[in-house]
Design a protein around this ligand. Sequence first.
Ligand code: AMP
Length: 398
Amino acid sequence: MKLQEINKLDIADKKIFIRCDFNVPVDEFGSITDDRRIKSALNTIKYCLDNDCAVIIASHFGRPKGGFEDKFSLKPVAKRLHKLLKEEVKLAPNVICDETIAMANELKSGEIMLLENMRFEPGETKNDPALSKTLASMADVFINDAFGVSHRAHASVEGIAQHFDIDSKAAGFLLAKEIKFFYHIIEEPKRPFVSIVGGSKVSGKLEALYNLIPKVDKIIIGGGMAFTFLKALGHEVGNSLVEEELVPEALKIMKEAKELGVKFYLPVDVIAAEEFNADAFAKAVTIQEIPKDWMGLDIGPASALLFAQALEDAQTILWNGPMGVYEMEKFARGSTKLSHAVASSYATTVVGGGDTADLVRRTGDEDEMSFISTGGGASLELIEGKILPGVKALVLEN
Ligand code: AMP
């Protein structure tokens, strides 16, 4: 897949509309607690400024009910952007209103304007054609740099792109990097290619599993989803998370893996707890010995060793989903050990999904990974083999 990229466009002196993902976490006082998403958009913004463009930036933030709400205003983002860029950032009074349109019209080369939270407009999530047309009318060029929402057909992500021809729209540096990394790794991996899939349920990752099985050499399953597979193999898993209705799918996936010669790894032991609670009494048991009424909340030490060994010859590792309830210290060891094993491997390592990205930051392995995706849902859809709606309009050739 070849994307139209920002550096291939003639943008000098033009008015650019950049869709960013500034949906940053804030504390109870509204202060930004992690500005990585803002920092990662700076390359594209600075590139436009260096090319004497007038820059209009749009983003969503949180989940407002569909009208202006002070607590979802992009005011703190405008301030942080100003601090990082050391340039004035004009915050528009709303997404679209006469004043905003006038501001956009008057915006000069080298100036930056930030629209208010896109989700203050109910038409944003409905991909309202009237809204996308008005947004498009503000600029000469459209740049999508919001990977985290590119799996959504929203007005400022997908609809707007329809109003620009291919020489006036492109992926920003961040979006292009995300797509290239994922696409390359899934379609042309160095082998052995090992995928680690964890998280809560099979249902959330079913399509991803079906797309991965024909492409990988090994697949490692952990987290809550492992129990549906273990149950399908006839193990007694107590009160662990099981999706009974997906037992036939689990069997089908394992059969397909076997037919294709894919090595399929499941936990051989777990940390079982009496209840779903950070202070619950817990112990390591083999999967043959999970006490009735107990639940597996992490992989056990033997599984962590087994999985690490399976990763030893890997040239490419794609990881999505934790091995246990890593948010609780008692059930974080399996995920932590695996994080260290992935980090210390010589493979190209790609981590996708909000929880897994959060996990590798907690374990201190962040800098050792080749690439950490900024988008959870979007990266999962790429693993599922889909072309994201927000990317489709920017594709030059498949
Ligand atoms: P997902 O959103 O499907 O990637 O799942 C991530 C969530 O799965 C995390 O919040 C984990 O706490 C949870 N999780 C991982 N392992 C288990 C388990 N054995 N039982 C219940 N939840 C789990």
